[in-house]
Each structure stands twice: as C-alpha cells, then as structure tokens.
Design a binder for this molecule. Structure first.
Ligand code: NDP
Length: 242
C-alpha cells in the first residue's frame, strides 16, 4: 500500500493542550506545519522548525483559508488537517447563557466544517490526504451539564462520517478521535465555579486523567497507517474513567 508522505500538516488550536502536543509530535517526525489559533505567542513558544504560525479564528472562513493557501504555497498541498480547536462551556440548559451555546457550535462544528472544506477540493482532486477531527467521549455518551457541548461533539462524529462517505472514492481518509478527560486548559473557560469544582472532584476521584501526549499518540497512530487504511474512529480515555 501507498505510504504516508511527510507533507504539510495543518493543526488548529495548536496554542495549548492536545494541539500543542500534536504539533510537537508531527514536527519531531519531520512534517512541515501550519499552526492556527488565536494566541500566536503561545504557538511561537513551541519553537518548532519548518512551521508557519497564523493568528486565525477558525470560525472566520476567509482568514482560515488564506492561511492554508499561504502554507501550501510554501510547503506543498496539505497532507493532513487536524481540526482540534474547541471550546467546552459546561452548563445547565435551564440557566446557561445561550451565547455560550453559540460560541461552542461556532467553533466545535462550524470551525471543523470550515477546515474540512478548505482542504477537501485539493485532497479529492489529487486523490489523497487525511482529515482528523477531534471530538470527545462526550460525542458518544452524555454527562451532566454537558448538553450543548455533547450536542457539538455528537455532531462532529456525524459530520465526519458523512463526509468520509462522500470522499472515500477519492482516497481521502477521515478520522474521528474521541478523547475522555485530558489535563488541559479546556475546563477553564466554563463560567460556573460550582460546575468546575465538581468536574475537578470527579477527575480526582477517578485517580487521574490522560495527558495531551496520549491523544497526540492516538492521532499519530491513525495518521501513520498507509493511505489505504482508514482508522475511522478512536475512543480513548483513562482506564479508570467510566
Ligand atoms: P485547550 O483549551 O488546551 O485547547 C483548545 C485550543 O483550541 C486552544 O489552542 C485554543 O487556542 C483553540 N481555540 C479555541 N477557540 C478557537 C477559535 N475560535 N479559533 C482558533 N482556535 C481556537 O483544550 P484541549 O487541548 O483539551 O482541546 C482540544 C480539543 O480536544 C477540543 O476540541 C476539545 O473539545 C477536545 N477534547 C478535550 C478533552 C479534554 O478533556 N481536555 C476531552 C475530549 C475532547 P486559542 O485560545 O489560542 O485560540
């Protein structure tokens, strides 16, 4: 089977957590990178070679696309995109600010669709490439105070699988990675301190969660199969997580 090329890898949400760990892993394996996120300084701190960094909000299709085209001009066609940027704003549907739902749907769903459409035409026309979308175990089962977040992540599974069916004949792979709890900045944006404290207690009772490198390794595993092998989905969580 055709091997995977050391081509350009686009990573959204590369300024912290899973995205930053994934950037380090792909860079150490010789891939040129385009790193996207709003906090440019945090991506620069990674100090990775052969890397273009752009301050891009993934909900802005125009600047997102311009960044990808500029990187492709320099490094060649996108070999893979990892649509990782995401927000988790936990809350009770009865009381949560609807603006928080909108923020999550904009980033977690529309941001992912933007990334897919920006790279898909070239991948389909050259008959290769990989799209990896980061969902969550909350895209497979529900948890208290997660209604809107689960809504976005269940959606990531659906849209990835649907797009995979559309592009499969053109040899484009689509992968959904669904992590359980991982130690990152994700929870910090939730506004209710009561919910945040409850989440921290749950993590501690469980005896620890995954670290971002665990997810980077799962992404690498899926990507690093031959192009003829599509790992469609990986659900990965701490052994003690329910
Ligand atoms: P972090 O909060 O550490 O990282 C989130 C990243 O997304 C940041 O780099 C942030 O960059 C970026 N981001 C957020 N909004 C935007 C935006 N509008 N445009 C561009 N970038 C944006 O959390 P994680 O690393 O944990 O999250 C990564 C992914 O993993 C998310 O999709 C999350 O839902 C998923 N996940 C995480 C789990 C966990 O327990 N941590 C479990 C399951 C899934 P910046 O602020 O610089 O824009």
């Amino acid at each position: 089977m055709e091997p995977i090329k050391k081509g350009l890898v686009v990573i959204t949400g590369a300024s912290s957590g899973i995205g930053a760990a994934t950037a380090k892993l792909f860079a150490s394996n010789g891939h040129p990178l385009l790193l996207l996120g709003r906090r440019v300084a945090k991506m620069e701190e990674l100090q990775l070679s052969e890397t273009m960094i752009k301050g891009v909000d993934v909900t802005d299709y125009t600047t997102f696309k311009a960044a990808v085209l500029e990187a492709e001009e320099k490094y060649g066609p996108t070999e893979a995109i990892i649509n990782n940027a995401g927000m988790m704003l936990l809350g009770d549907v009865a009381t949560q600010d609807p603006q928080e739902w909108k923020k999550m749907f904009d980033v977690n769903i529309l941001g992912v669709l933007n990334g897919m459409q920006i790279v898909l035409p070239q991948m389909r026309s050259r008959q290769g490439g990989t799209i990896i979308n980061i969902s969550s175990i909350a895209g497979r089962k529900t948890f208290g105070n997660h209604a809107a977040y689960c809504g976005t992540k269940f959606g990531v599974h659906a849209l990835t699988e649907n797009a995979r069916e559309e592009a499969a004949a053109d040899n484009v792979r689509m992968v959904t990675i669904a992590p359980g709890a991982v130690e990152t900045e994700l929870l910090s944006h939730t506004t209710s301190s009561e919910i945040k404290d409850g989440y921290e207690d749950w993590k501690n009772e469980m005896g620890g969660v995954l670290n971002p490198d665990d997810i980077a390794n799962a992404i690498w595993y899926a990507f690093n199969q031959p192009q003829g092998v599509n790992i469609r989905e990986i659900v990965i969580a701490a052994t003690k997580q329910q």
